[in-house]
Design a protein around this ligand. Structure first.
Ligand SMILES: *C/C=C(C)/C=C/C=C(C)/C=C/C1=C(C)CCCC1(C)C
Length: 260
């Protein structure tokens, strides 16, 4: 009975995602993707990658032990939310040639906190952790994104937006390396948690560095155009959302087979 219910729920969830995807594609009749629109093509490729990753994570949650399900589901939420935003961003780009900054930041505003919550969730899956970790990382991510958005949208000086954004990011790095989150990880004594936590931390350090670099070239030095900035952000999202989820999934699988 329960299994039947879960199956039905899953089918419904996929149908809803497919419907949303189809409806956002309705305008495509007005402007199809041009064969030489490589930025548009990158939006399409990444949309499909996000969809595939979402299906994968949602189905895999059934294969991990209970305390890991939440983490794997959240990985699926991140790529699912990004999938929908990518459908919209692709439409804005293909039909108007404009940079879809608003959609991008709305996506980040939801997915970045969800990803950072993963640090808390994977810790909580193996040991008791103070909820303060969760709140501090959340606030850091909001400061980072509000600063970046205000700068990109021209509400404040681009340099000021960058400084505020950097402060938020550096605070997050502090928390996961030297703060309570980092210390909790070190104390856990769980090998696959330590491996996963360290890999996620590398993504937040190296993978995430692509965004401020894109911002610097796009808004501060004026070295690149809107095309390149979109491709840079797109590639970064692809790695940082899908690889991030895969690391969590593999940690969950490793801990589940050992019934840790
Ligand atoms: C899935 C989306 C992700 C992981 C987006 C991450 C975005 C950032 C790490 C953005 C960082 C920024 C700074 C550190 C300073 C300048 C402004 C931002 C917002 C581009």
């Amino acid at each position: 009975m329960r299994e039947f219910f879960m199956k039905t729920l899953k089918t419904l969830a996929f149908a809803a995602i497919a419907l949303i995807g189809a409806s956002t594609g309705a305008n495509a009749a007005e402007a199809f993707l041009a064969t030489d629109d490589f930025v548009g093509i990158s939006f399409w490729l990444i949309s499909m990658g996000m969809l595939a990753a979402t299906a994968f994570f949602f189905m895999e949650q059934a294969n991990v032990s209970t305390q890991w399900r939440k983490s794997v589901n959240v990985a699926g939420l991140v790529t699912g939310i990004a999938f929908i935003h990518y459908m919209y961003m692709r439409a804005v780009w293909v039909e108007t040639g404009d940079t879809p900054t608003v959609y991008r930041y709305i996506d980040w505003l939801i997915t970045v906190p969800l990803q950072l919550v993963e640090f808390y969730l994977i810790l909580a899956a193996v040991r008791k952790v103070p909820t303060g970790i969760f709140w501090r990382i959340l606030i850091g991510s909001i400061v980072m994104l509000v600063g970046g958005y205000a700068g990109e949208a021209g509400f404040i000086n681009a340099m000021l937006g960058f400084i505020i954004g950097m402060a938020g990011w550096i605070y997050i790095l502090y928390e996961i390396f030297s703060g309570e989150a980092g210390k909790s990880m070190a104390k856990s004594g769980n090998k696959s948690l330590v491996t996963a936590f360290s890999a996620l931390r590398m993504i937040v350090t190296v993978g995430w560095a692509i965004y401020p670099l894109g911002y610097v070239f796009g808004y501060l030095t004026g070295g690149i155009d809107a095309n390149s900035l979109n491709v840079i952000y797109n590639l970064a999202d692809f790695v940082n959302k899908i690889a991030f989820g895969l690391i969590i999934w593999s940690c969950a699988v490793a801990n589940s087979s050992k019934r840790a």
